[in-house]
Write a protein that binds this ligand. Structure first.
Ligand code: F6R
Length: 609
């Protein structure tokens, strides 16, 4: 939800900032802007639309070689996408400029007070209020860092901000509260950004800032203080081990396609070091200090919630743990959270920054429950606040629509189920456990082999079905979770209306919609539920509904399009279904000319409610 970057160093700063914004554009792309010092002024250049619009504008401007600058790419919260609402925002006197990711909740009250003091506002944003608040505090405070801190203490809400002042053209300031911000320490240059790829070409040495940290940085110096007492914050810089290649397209047409094709490696990476050398035990030291949950509440949003629904089947059937899965935005507002003695929460979030999921984690902890985090982004808020964290190790996911992250979450849920199964020491489970682990170990090679044919089928079918305006996705058991994911992927990428349903639920109403123009994508694998799903498919066909059936060789299923994927026992068969669904949506969207990596109205990291 918005990407910010600040830079102070020895290079021309605007190109560094623009390059960083390109790697942050997945966080928002309604408008973009930069600020830098030029001829004793703080210049602010902004443009509505994607970063390319800003670049076009910059190409027509005379830009000096400022060595300090900051930039922003926006996902609108307060105020429509328009240049006046784009960041950076300036104080009325033009002395300060700010970029902001987050929401200042009391901005309306602050605005009223500032208006009474003579401040004038040109945008609808909370950010313009914040920068004028800092300007107001600056009148009484000779040190900008202290004025900045004084203003932040008055502002309630979530923010990651960078600030520059006309009088100090080589310095940027930054602060973090409930929104991601990472400080990068280079040789003779320093950075702050919403995500590491923004500055990774220049440095791997980072500090994951904490909520309440406030920073002053120039090319050669920096200081990080605590907002509450302005004392130095204790931080050990960390080294980032992955490289930029992980955040580049590597010859693929889109990040999404690359990330789908990365899934065999993602599975292998997620398993690395987590299975005993004999291949018969799961090693999750992160969970060793916790008992087996009496009941597990898995809380997540969107695709991560679909992974939770899928994982529930394994946790229940393999680990004998009763599981409740909840959408985080609902869970956090329940009157009486159903957390009993011995219950635990498991929050799943690729970004580790999703506001509702973070709030759910805090609620669970407040109720005294252990809250396990399952995250992809190292050092993210959820990772840091969880009682213990398991990293999915999927590498940076750049495409806004989540693909490989879900695959890695599913893999980790399978490992957790086997880990807790072993902890219960039921003799009959041990032999089966080895069998499951063998299948998991064989997954990367199987999937690697299957993906090219899957891609081809997805491409062929997309040409046939691209004109549909509606789609049903059906499945039973663990495939119901995948049907929901298939529908979400189709709607978010291609803007075709799609609904995921439990196959057995169709006849309770939705089937009324079926006609020859309303196709169904049914997941009907060769498993014990197959005969039931087959009947539901026949019910659709009896109403002239067209059907794509994703199934296995030998089921004898009859449909308009029968798409077979390699057989795996349920629920691990999900690892073959997921990429097929992803590729179908990808091809549909690409064929329809949609912006696959940056679908309209979306952003990668949803740090607002
Ligand atoms: C869909 C998608 C979203 C996210 C959701 C949760 O493709 O990416 O539905 O899954 O916003 O995000 P995380 O996992 O970061 O909490």
């Amino acid at each position: 939800m918005c990407g910010i970057i600040g830079y102070a160093g020895c290079r021309p700063a605007v190109p560094v900032v623009i390059e960083g914004l390109h790697r942050l554009e997945y966080r928002g792309y309604d408008s973009a802007g930069v600020a830098f010092a030029q001829n004793k002024y703080l210049r602010v250049i902004r443009a509505k639309g994607k970063l390319s619009a800003l670049e076009e504008k910059l190409a027509t401007e005379q830009i000096t070689t400022a060595t300090c600058a900051m930039g922003h790419t926006r996902w609108a919260t307060h105020g429509v996408p328009a240049e006046r609402n784009a960041h950076p925002h300036s104080s009325n006197d033009g002395a300060l400029a700010i970029v902001h990711n987050g929401i200042i909740e009391n901005f309306q009250e602050l605005k009223t007070e500032l208006t009474a003091k003579g401040h004038v506002f040109h945008s609808e944003t909370d950010t313009e209020v914040l920068v004028n608040l800092i300007a107001e505090c600056r009148k009484r405070e000779p040190d900008l860092l202290y004025a900045f801190a004084a203003a932040l203490r008055l502002a309630h809400g979530a923010y990651a901000v960078c600030l520059m002042e006309r009088g100090a053209p080589d310095t940027f300031y930054a602060a973090r509260m409930s929104a991601p911000l990472i400080f990068g320490i280079g040789a003779g240059e320093n950075f702050a950004a919403s995500d590491i790829p923004a500055f990774l070409p220049y440095t791997r040495k980072v500090i994951f800032l904490d909520d309440g940290d406030i920073v002053q940085a120039s090319a050669k110096n920096y200081r990080i203080l605590r907002l509450e007492n302005l004392q130095p914050a204790a931080h050990e810089p960390q080294k980032i081990l992955w490289d930029m290649q992980a955040a580049q397209k590597n010859g693929y047409r889109h990040f999404m396609l690359k990330e789908i094709f990365e899934q065999p490696r993602v599975i292998a990476d997620a398993m690395a070091g987590r299975v005993s050398p004999q291949g018969d035990a799961v090693l999750l030291p992160e969970l060793d200090d916790l008992p087996v949950p009496a009941r597990l509440h898995i809380v997540a949003c969107g695709t991560s919630w679909h992974a939770a629904l899928w994982g529930r089947h394994l946790l229940e059937s393999w680990a004998h743990i009763p599981v409740q899965t909840e959408i985080a935005s609902e869970f956090r507002y329940r009157d009486n959270l159903p957390l009993g003695k011995g219950d635990m929460a498991l929050v799943i979030s690729q970004s580790g920054e999703t506001a509702d999921t973070l709030a759910a984690l805090r609620m669970a902890k407040k109720q005294g429950a252990a809250a396990i985090g399952l995250c992809n982004v190292i050092g993210s808020s959820i990772a840091r606040e969880a009682s213990t964290v398991l990293y999915t190790q999927a590498g940076p996911e750049i495409s806004v629509a989540s693909t490989k992250a879900m695959c890695s979450q599913m893999l980790m849920l399978a490992l957790m189920a086997l880990y807790w199964q072993a902890k219960q020491d039921r003799p009959t489970d041990a032999a089966r456990r080895k069998g499951w682990l063998d299948i998991l170990a064989s997954l990367p090679a199987m999937l690697e082999e299957a993906l090219p044919a899957m891609h081809e089928t997805a491409r062929r079918l997309s040409r046939k079905y691209a004109q549909a305006r509606n789609f049903f996705y059906l499945g039973r058991g663990h495939c119901f979770a995948l049907a929901l994911e298939g529908a979400l992927k189709l709607k978010e990428l291609s803007y075709i209306h799609a609904e995921g349903y439990a196959a057995g639920e169709m006849k309770h109403g939705p089937i009324a919609l079926i006609d020859p123009a309303f196709p169904t994508f049914a997941v009907a694998l060769d498993d014990p539920l197959f005969p039931k799903t087959k009947s539901n498919i026949e019910e659709v066909q009896a109403r002239q509904g067209k059907v794509i059936a994703l199934t296995n060789e030998g089921t004898g299923l009859s449909a308009d399009d029968v798409w077979t994927v390699p057989h795996l026992p349920p629920p691990l068969a999900g690892f073959m279904v997921l990429p097929a669904l992803q590729l179908f949506s990808y091809e549909m969207a690409d064929y329809l000319g949609k912006d696959v990596d940056q679908p309209r109205n979306l952003a990668k990291s949803v740090t607002v409610e």
